[in-house]
Design a protein around this ligand. Sequence first.
Ligand SMILES: Cc1cc2nc3c(=O)[nH]c(=O)nc-3n(C[C@H](O)[C@H](O)[C@H](O)COP(=O)(O)OP(=O)(O)OC[C@H]3O[C@@H](n4cnc5c(N)ncnc54)[C@H](O)[C@@H]3O)c2cc1C
Length: 435
Amino acid sequence: MKQYKIAIVGAGPAGYFTAQALQKAQDDEITFAIDMIERLPTPWGLVRSGVAPDHPKIKTVSKVFEKIAKESGFRLFANVELGKDISLKDLREAYDAVVLATGSTIGRKLGIPGEELSNCISAADFVPWYNAHPDFTNVSVDLDADTAVVIGAGNVAMDIARMLALDPSELEPTDTASYALEIFKASKVRNVYICGRRGPEHAAFTAPELRDLPKLENTDVYIDSDQINQAVIRVDQMGEVEKDLRNNLEAMRLIAEHSKKGVDRKLNINFLAAPKEIKGSGKVEEVVFTINEVKDGKVVATDNTFTIKTGLVVTAIGYDAVEYPGIKIENGRIANIAGHVEHNIYVTGWAKRGPVGVIGTNKSDSSDVVDLIIENLKEPKNSTGVEGLLKSGHEVIDQVGWEKINASEVISGELAGKPRVKEVDWKRLISLGTS
Ligand SMILES: Cc1cc2nc3c(=O)[nH]c(=O)nc-3n(C[C@H](O)[C@H](O)[C@H](O)COP(=O)(O)OP(=O)(O)OC[C@H]3O[C@@H](n4cnc5c(N)ncnc54)[C@H](O)[C@@H]3O)c2cc1C
């Protein structure tokens, strides 16, 4: 029987699904000792700090993560950051394989004038702010204007627009950060525009999320039915297309046609609107858009523009992976060939593919990377794990420590009628997890 030591860096979905695939691959001949390393004092990645608070069902995947963590041979080392507390070189030498599952957290820039104005915020800051990520509690968010613009045409843009357009009473029973909830409650925003630069047929929204929009209780959602009809004509001319695309367009048509409630909270989805410039003196005041059109299957700019007066712009146009010593970034992802980085280093999840796919997509990705690891394994190394690499006195939060934090948050949540009340202070998190 051989036992291999595997380090998984990043305790998000891709990290847990990698651990699960390793656990499933064990047999009479090989077993795995899995050390999961996470920079935050808490695990679960974007399931904790990305998924929208008004979609609590999605977060129940964390039950699967906790089951994986209970299997023998699994250890959590939270509050340990690769590139700061430990180096990739040390990990590589100490483990038979290292899997980087560190996600993508840098918000991509529009690259247009005015992006630096105050209250032009990247989704990479806005989302972890409302989700109580301890690094983002101080993001300055001003919801004092009647109109907000969200730039991007994917599910992240849609989450943000929904959070801005919901009646804040709907967020009361959720795990939205309490400081953010107070700001949402005082919000003057009543019109939210989602603007995508391409056509409805190119949008990255997914149909289940689109189908939920007409069900919003206190918000009317608008899409111009002409834009959808023209997209359907273009798609019909393309011949055979993926079923998902037809489902998306159908979901958009339903939004365009469903009867409105006549409420004052409005969410508008605009296509073929490319941001050209954000204007304002010190703070965002308006966004100028170029009107695009689709010609011979290509999105091209017209000479026409339009302007939306707004007090807030949130950009949600994708994320790039963070760079740390020993890692090369290519096209926003950790450079790799089918999940192999170099030597005994592998990559999975958003760090490997970029910010695409739902939580489940990371499962097949991680299972493929485990197949590759097993194929390349040599004789097991004889070395100590993370504990031998950390400075003495480093405060590690292990699985038991995390369970203490979790229990404390859930108990506070029960008292407040919420799934949990997240602790947002680094020091208190560490003290809860190491007490
Ligand atoms: C706003 C938003 C909403 C979403 N909503 C949904 C949804 O409703 N449904 C759905 O199916 N999918 C949703 N997704 C997609 C889903 O969250 C991703 O598919 C998934 O989280 C990617 O998993 P990952 O493990 O690759 O990355 P992540 O979840 O980002 O996990 C990466 C982990 O690595 C840690 N880490 C980073 N750097 C280091 C380091 N140097 N050392 C140690 N640890 C490190 C991070 O702290 C983090 O815990 C959403 C994504 C976003 C951004």
